[in-house]
Design a protein around this ligand. Sequence first.
Ligand code: PRP
Ligand code: MG
Length: 212
Amino acid sequence: MKKLKIAIQKSGRLNEDSLNILKDCGISIDNGKDQLKAAARNFPLEVFYLRNGDIPQYLRDGVVDIAIIGENVLVEKGENITIAEKLGFSKCKVSLAIPKGETYNSVKDFEGKRIATSYPETVKAYLKEKGVNADLHIINGSVEIAPNIGLADAICDIVSSGSTLFKNNLKEVEVMLKSEAVLAVSPKIDDERQQLLQKLRFRIQSVLTARE
Ligand code: PRP
Ligand code: MG
């Protein structure tokens, strides 16, 4: 019998909640922590632990059938990938922020400014729609430090509790996107696995209803 292949985040904010929702669906996973692949015991499911940013490509290529991933990652690199369910956890925003002491009037203030970000496509699309031209500096982590070291005038990154902004003397001035964890589906999923997905979705929906 075919198995449904699911990608979940290897480590990071979504990992634990992703495993929890599967557990609440009655799916137990043989979990050697260092393994990158694990089998479920009571559902035809294979779990792949992957890096967040790699998951959209795996979905597009059909290497995995489904994934639990942040909407923010799909907006950034998830072309052709559909969302089957919103999962209600890992809520965050993708926002633009500037040094606390600066005044802010509107998004037009970003004209000609240097913005450090790990979300270049999201920022580009947002600013384009607003008719603003800015200069993007792509960095992979610790983005909030950029204005303090003179690398950029502003940043665009994930805001969850807001504590990273606070600690770096920044203030959120534009919310570009509100995000949560979702169940995403490969455009290449076959019919048999599509049926397994329906079963899984049914269980997930019951879990989400029970959580309300
Ligand atoms: C993430 C994100 C923000 C921060 C937001 O960084 O890039 O910096 O969390 O969370 P907060 O609003 O609750 O502070 P992470 O800690 O994952 O590190 P990284 O940016 O270096 O990958
Ligand atoms: Mg960060």
